[in-house]
Ligand binder design. Structure first.
Ligand code: FPP
Ligand code: MG
Length: 251
């Protein structure tokens, strides 16, 4: 429910016309109703959480909601290093920090919460958290890559959306290492005529897409390593398959 509410709100923020191959809530009902619909889902979420009568799990999921909004704020600010000629560690760290907040926190803390609700030990709950965190980071890296590589029909939402929104994600940040002129475009958030087309072309001429895929694969492997510390089971096998699916998906 938190995920659904965040996407309903995200489509308002991004002014997106489609989601999962259909009209977005904002496109179908307008921004005001979409914001209220997201709020309503969150209200119902709070009731469901309270009914669990588990303060630790309630706190974990409340933190997820805070992280989602924090991540969205950080994304709106884009990169704080935009005025440097070359990307540096803090540019990428800022992107990964934002990625944890807007995507990985939900998966990590949900995995941890289910481990706690299942009556597991604190160390197993931490393994579940690690699995979810690395899976979430891999998921968003792939999402940011697919924004460059797939089609709107396959993706079920607009492609090339990030550059249009002024967002510098992993493919363009990696490409910036090879093509320093991207720094200026990133700084002005691809706002000048021709910026989007230029950035798109340089990303495709660079190794940015391949580097993004490799980074996603390394997080996916970290997630698998965490889950492999648990005793073998059908559930473990399912989670490993899920991790593989995250990096091979096309939509
Ligand atoms: C999708 O990102 C958006 C998110 C993962 C989080 C959005 C969070 C908010 C709007 C804050 C509000 C939070 C709550 C709990 C209601 P994206 O735009 O990169 O992905 P997309 O291409 O699927 O739209
Ligand atoms: Mg969006």
């Amino acid at each position: 429910m938190i995920h659904t509410a965040s996407l309903v709100h995200d489509d308002v923020v991004d002014d997106s016309p489609t989601r999962r191959g259909a009209a977005s809530t904002n496109a179908a009902f307008g921004n005001k109703l979409a914001v209220l619909a997201g709020d309503f889902i969150l209200a119902r979420t709070s009731i469901a959480l309270a009914r669990l009568r588990n303060p630790e799990v309630t706190e974990l999921l409340a933190k997820v909601m805070e992280d989602l909004v924090d991540g969205e704020f950080k994304q709106l600010k884009n990169t704080k290093q935009g005025d440097h000629e070359k990307p540096n560690m803090s540019t990428f760290e800022h992107y990964m920090d934002k990625t944890y907040l807007k995507t990985a926190s939900l998966i990590a803390n949900s995995c941890k919460a289910t481990a706690i609700l299942g009556g597991n030990t604190a160390s197993i709950a931490e393994l579940a958290y690690s699995f979810g965190k690395d899976l979430g980071l891999a998921f968003q890296l792939v999402d940011d890559m697919l924004d460059y590589t797939t089609t709107a029909d396959e993706f079920g939402k607009p492609v090339g959306a990030d550059l249009k929104l002024g967002l510098a994600t992993a493919p363009v940040l990696f490409a910036w290492e090879e093509f320093p002129e991207l720094g200026q475009l990133i700084k002005r958030k691809f706002s000048q005529p021709g910026d989007i087309e230029k950035a798109y072309e340089l990303v495709w001429r660079s190794n940015g897409i391949e580097q993004t895929r490799k980074l996603a694969e390394s997080y996916c492997q970290k997630a698998i390593n965490a889950i492999q510390q648990l005793p073998p089971s059908q559930a473990q096998e399912g989670l490993i398959q899920l991790a593989h699916k995250v990096v091979t998906r096309t939509n």
